[in-house]
Design a protein around this ligand. Structure first.
Ligand code: ZN
Ligand code: ZN
Length: 267
């Protein structure tokens, strides 16, 4: 099985490991390539450009050092409303973790207690309204840059297995998600089947939900498997399961990054 993870965090943002430790772990797990995706925006602030430069330089050193052993790519997980420069990365993951409400960045990629407070404070306690706002925002991603991959398409469902902030099976909810997918189709080529919340115990299945994977297939998006890794031990967490899920949803291929850009591989 060709394993590659392009969604990898390190000590440069909220990950546990140094980049080289991740590269070594990737080699040990039999990866042919690995990509890093530092957050451009963290704790409601843009990451200073000097720090992003230092990250890029360190990844460039590793790329040379490990050439011939493993291919190392340098990407960025760019927050939608952040303005970090994205032109000189190997790939860019577009993500939405914050609402912009009045002058504030409101983080919703937080624990379930925090999400409950966000819904109370900004959405009059209406979880469905919270979901609607998320998808309406997500659909705007292409206005903010040229992204390759849409991060964790239904991040808003992170805690929904434990606490029903809104009804995932309702037509209303599913319509919001599908409408966003329709607006993004043809503008951002790939979505990720993301196992990160499984590794961290929030979910038992990857993002996105099955109905959405099928809709994304219908709309012509390509699929990339990501582990949204913050701990090198989880670099391939749920990888086989994710590929099986793609097959079950009708995908015949998934995409990996190569020196020639993204290429489909049969699954
Ligand atoms: Zn993310
Ligand atoms: Zn991430």
């Amino acid at each position: 099985m060709y394993k590659q993870n392009l969604h990898t965090h390190t000590k440069y943002c909220d990950g546990l490991d140094k980049p080289e430790e991740v590269v070594i772990a990737a080699c040990e797990k039999g990866f042919k390539s690995v990509g890093f995706s530092m957050h451009s925006f963290l704790r409601s602030c843009s990451v200073p450009s000097e720090k992003i430069e230092a990250y890029k330089n360190e990844i460039a050193v590793l790329r040379k050092k490990y050439a011939g052993t493993i291919d190392v790519y340098c990407g960025l997980e760019r927050e939608m409303r952040d303005n970090a420069e994205i032109s000189d990365f190997d790939y860019v993951i577009g993500a939405l973790h914050y609402f912009r409400i009045e002058e504030n960045f409101v983080d919703f990629d937080i624990d379930s207690e925090g999400v409950r407070k966000v819904i109370e404070q900004y959405f009059n306690g209406d979880g469905m309204e919270y979901a609607r706002a998320y998808y309406q925002d997500l659909a705007q991603l292409p206005r903010y840059g040229n992204f390759d991959i849409i991060a964790h398409f239904d991040l808003i469902t992170k805690h929904c297995e434990r606490e029903a902030f809104f009804d995932l099976s309702s037509k209303e909810y599913q319509r919001f998600a599908v409408e966003a997918a329709e607006k993004l189709a043809g503008k951002i080529p790939y979505f990720e089947l993301n196992t990160g919340a499984m590794a961290r115990g929030y979910r038992t299945t990857p993002y996105p939900d099955i109905f959405l994977i099928k809709e994304l297939k219908r709309l012509g998006f390509g699929a990339v498997i990501s582990t949204d890794c913050h701990d090198k031990r989880n670099l391939d967490y749920g990888y086989e399961e994710a590929e099986m899920l793609l097959k079950k949803c009708g995908f015949k291929e998934r995409f990996v990054l190569t020196k020639n850009g993204f290429e489909g591989i049969e699954i």
